[in-house]
Design a protein around this ligand. Sequence first.
Ligand SMILES: [Zn+2]
Ligand SMILES: [Zn+2]
Length: 692
Amino acid sequence: MVQTLATSRQQSFTTTKEQRFPDIIATLMLCSICQNALQIFWETTEGEIAHHPSLTSLAQAIEEGCFLCCCLEDCLEYHDIDMKQPDLDRCTRWRVYENDPNWSVNDVRCFDVCSWDKDHPDHAEVQSQCFSLRSNFIRADPASSSEQNMDSSLSIFSDFTGSDQTISQIKKWLEICTSTHDSCGHQRKNLWMPSRLLQLCDLDKEPKVRLRSSSELESERYLTLSHCWGAKGSQKLQLTKETIEDFHRGIAVSTLQKTFQDMANVTARLGFQYFWVDCMCILQDDPEDWRRESSLMGTVYANSWLNISATWATDSSYGCFTHRDLSRDYLHVEEPMNGSEKKKNWILTSTYDWSGQVEQAPVNERGWVLQERILSPRIAHFTGTQVAWECQQLQATETSPDGIILQQALYKQYRYNIAIDNSIKHDGHEDTEYYWSRILYKYTSCQLTFSTDRLIALSGIARKINESRPSDYMAGLWSKDLPHCLLWTLWDPSPQPKTYVAPSWSWASRSGEVISSGFADRDNSTAYMTVLDYAITLRNPEDPYGQITDASIKVRARLGIARWSGMEYLEKQGECSSITLLVPVAHCRTETSTSTLRFWEGAIVLDHDGDSDLEEAYFAGVSTNLGFPVEEVNKSESSKTTTTSQRDIYLGGLLLRRLPCSRFERIGLLRLDLHHNDDPCVDLPEQEITII
Ligand SMILES: [Zn+2]
Ligand SMILES: [Zn+2]
């Protein structure tokens, strides 16, 4: 019965679009310098190969349309290297890597092409683009003869991501993941269900989706969707009080928007019956329903069997599938005959693909999607060129089905640290603190349509973290990380929010990108601020990770007045050569004078763009900390460049504005460089204050 159902489901959605792999060797080419490098490459297991001697020569090859050099151009553009700038003396080289025995792939070779500054051959200022060559892409079907020719084996890869080949590749990944990946939670028995699910029915006639309440269902496996909503009003059919009856009766799949039609299509062809889509499973015109269901969103994705991501689509009218230009993105090369061994065919791809196609894709710039991606056990990304797979143990693409090489280490850190059932694998406290800082960095660089979602769209991850690391969650900060976590820093001052989202001491109160969460090297820091008490009023008392209406902290701190001048914007943070700390009047022996401490060097980082004219504010010391090691290039010896590494010690504190009733609000951050100075905090009076 199950088999019949699955088969009929698949048949009703089978696509007619199937094309043969075209002869792409004719349309993609390599310049003569790349061809020479490739000849040497086959005999090199590790080391460097000369490439273009100058940027002019590289520009020429790009002009001719060399596949590899054009990929390098994208990379140089990304790093703001202007190839037409005549005084840039650069050459390029291939760096061939020895194969990593840990790679789960066999026939793979890897190299990168980097651009060097000839004046500083040892200097780290290098831009590189990674490439991989795979022969396993052209795989013979094990059931057929191994003598299969190249042409027929190429048909495993079609020019449409909705093709049967692509769907069967997703099935293979799903099978491997759910049956062999220990860290992907394949042994999970208890199936948690969302409050509502969409069920596919009438597949043999006109396919429909019916809204089902989980109370009327047994435990079922379901798929979820990550997608961009697009501009306001671009969502046509949603679940509302008015449409809910139609949804219960069943809605023809053909009347849904393209992305949801494709979602139904993929669900059926993978052999499933149920799926969950936010705008069709949460009542969009019922604030109470939205509040309750949105706080469960993380759990919905965490318990999904597979998350389908409409990665490239900017709104629901685009759909998941795409036609790809095989002649543009992939290059076939032949390894020359080596004695009696047979010729081997390889496909050359740029591994930059993952970053461009997945990391920087429209859907992954949405704030809500970060938790959908991190918490889902596995994801099939429908990108603009191919389908990519992502789970705890495998990141793969159709061109690299056994795993991509040189994985994006940054993202791997976020994802791999959250195992599905046992949450974060942490060796110690600091790991989680660091992990949270990476999450904030990524999350706050994403877009949110409503600033009021700033806490709730991250609530699933916060909840998951709290399961393994008990700590009070305070408007986006963890009580265990106090007081250092109060020293979060924005990349850029942001406008004052129109509606209340969070207290001024929380990063969530700003719309800007958080570049530092105040993550501390605790062994080397001294805390000056003690948080005595805090109060938080939740909008939904059952969801401590969700929206809040009011919050304050009471702290004991060393309080002074900071006065600065000559703020220079460097890297968008105000580096000041002159900062004076004053003891507040009330604490001076004579009320007419203030006691001036010394002048300091440091940086002022203001939270609001409207405060840029300020030259004075209250200062409350939070802690000292060691900065990251700084590479300092000593240019005094003109012929020789020496590089030294040192760690700065600085004092971090809050800049505060005094409000009525002796309360304060945070307006920015002050960092004083201490390496040649004494710590000024010891001379400032201690006071108890409330910050809201
Ligand atoms: Zn070239
Ligand atoms: Zn897996």
